[in-house]
Design a protein around this ligand. Structure first.
Ligand code: COS
Length: 386
């Protein structure tokens, strides 16, 4: 049964993530935001603790802690550094997708290496300049050769694009329109013909590199194909269902951290001869953020629990991501309001949370795409019931 309280092992994973975040991420988070770069050292330490394979089977080097524990851990990490957290969530997603769809040889070759940090992290290369919300419109192509496949094309918005040692790359393998002609491939970052582009200059998440990737006639063996030919689109959708639980959790972490900071500040800050927490205007903001973040957390726990039970969770994951990302953004905005002018400066952490959380309404499917997934599912169920 779905429990609101974490069990012993889920609590242990969340505690591990919290302690790691305080010990390793906290001292670096502000500087990482100011200077940018890539948190390779922190990620190596995350791997040592099992945080790159939280929901990955133990026989493949993972912690096998389940999707609920994963969500709780991501919330704790994101409370401190969303940039490092996003690299961790994408790498977990890549490890999970290979564990689920890979051949025994692919699983053995790549999943333990991903969990151990040997690839630094994994990357998820689906989007293109002309195919973001509509990945079925992709143009990257994989052509059959005598020895395997030749990959050519360009991807965009690839998280950890500067450093990821292994990418899952989606490409068109037939001229069938839309989703059906797409397959998934495992491509090492150092394969000849893979060119990593310059990181984008972004509003937030400055310690997460987001780059284009070019594939210039990259020669791949037969063993690079993940799943069956033509199955790639569904693999991507299933991976994103799980990924959306991770992004929803990341959003909650940002929103919670900003709100917690604002509550502490409101108790200290004196105006009109009293702490501003004594004013109803501030109390209502605190109450609204707490209520919405708790609701988001429950939606995430439900989606994660369904995933853990092996049930269909696509709609619930989209609901969790839609609600958590929208409400966490508002919570960060309210936190700035509580801090007033100070909240708008870099002397205080809440503006970073606002900048970092903004993209959760965009990546791994925009809020508008989540609404499509949710409404299509409801309408389909309604029509099959009537
Ligand atoms: N799990 C399994 N299969 C799925 C699925 C899911 N969650 N969602 C769709 N599919 C299957 C469908 O059942 C369909 O299969 P059949 O052809 O056998 O019927 C196939 O995939 C195509 O589905 P659909 O027709 O719904 O595809 P659309 O092109 O209409 O796209 C949306 C659907 C919009 C939901 C999809 O394109 C999407 O999620 N877009 C956002 C992509 C995204 O998140 N990008 C960010 C990348 S990471 S930064």
């Amino acid at each position: 049964m779905l429990s609101v309280d974490p069990n012993e092992s889920q609590r242990l994973i969340a505690d591990t993530a919290r302690q790691f975040a305080q010990r390793v991420l906290a001292p670096r988070a502000t500087q990482l935001d100011l200077e940018g770069g890539f948190p390779a050292e922190s990620l190596a330490q995350a791997a040592e603790l099992g945080l790159l394979g939280i929901n990955v089977p133990g026989e493949l080097g993972g912690v096998e802690a389940g999707a609920v524990a994963y969500a709780l851990a991501v919330i704790e990490l994101a409370k401190v550094c969303a940039s490092t957290t996003v690299a961790i969530t994408v790498s977990n997603m890549v490890a999970e997708v290979i564990a689920k769809f890979g051949t025994p040889a692919q699983r053995e070759e790549h999943v333990p290496a991903l969990c151990a940090g040997e690839y630094i992290v994994g990357g998820f290369a689906l989007s293109e300049a002309g195919a973001g919300s509509d990945p079925g419109g992709m143009r990257t192509r994989a052509t059959k050769t005598d020895t395997g496949w030749r990959l050519s094309g360009s991807k965009l918005w690839i998280t950890s694009g500067t450093h990821a040692g292994l990418f899952v790359v989606w490409a068109r393998t037939s001229d069938e329109p839309g989703a059906r002609g797409i397959s998934a491939f495992l491509v090492k970052g150092d394969a000849p013909g893979v060119v990593r582009g310059k990181p984008e200059h972004k509003l937030g998440q400055h310690g997460s590199t987001t780059t284009p990737l070019d594939f210039n006639d990259v020669e791949l063996g037969e063993d690079a194909l993940l799943g069956e030919v033509g199955q790639g689109f569904k693999i991507a959708m299933m991976a994103l269902d799980g990924g959306r639980i991770g992004i929803a959790s990341l959003a909650i972490g940002c929103g919670q951290a900003a709100s917690d900071y604002a509550v502490g500040y409101a108790r200290e800050r004196q105006q009109f001869g009293a702490p501003i927490s004594s004013f109803q205007a501030i109390q209502w903001m605190i109450a609204d953020s707490a209520t919405e973040l708790d609701a988001a957390r429950l939606l995430v726990l439900r989606a994660a629990w369904l995933k853990e039970q092996g049930k269909v969770f696509s709609r619930e994951a989209s609901m969790a991501k839609l609600y958590a990302s929208e409400k966490a953004y508002v919570a960060c905005d309210r936190a700035i309001q509580v801090l007033g002018g100070y909240g708008y400066t870099r002397e205080f952490p809440v503006e970073r949370y606002l900048r970092d959380v903004r993209v959760t309404r965009i990546f791994e499917g925009t809020s508008e795409i989540q609404r499509i997934v949710i409404s299509r599912d409801l309408l389909r169920r309604h029509s099959s019931a009537s």
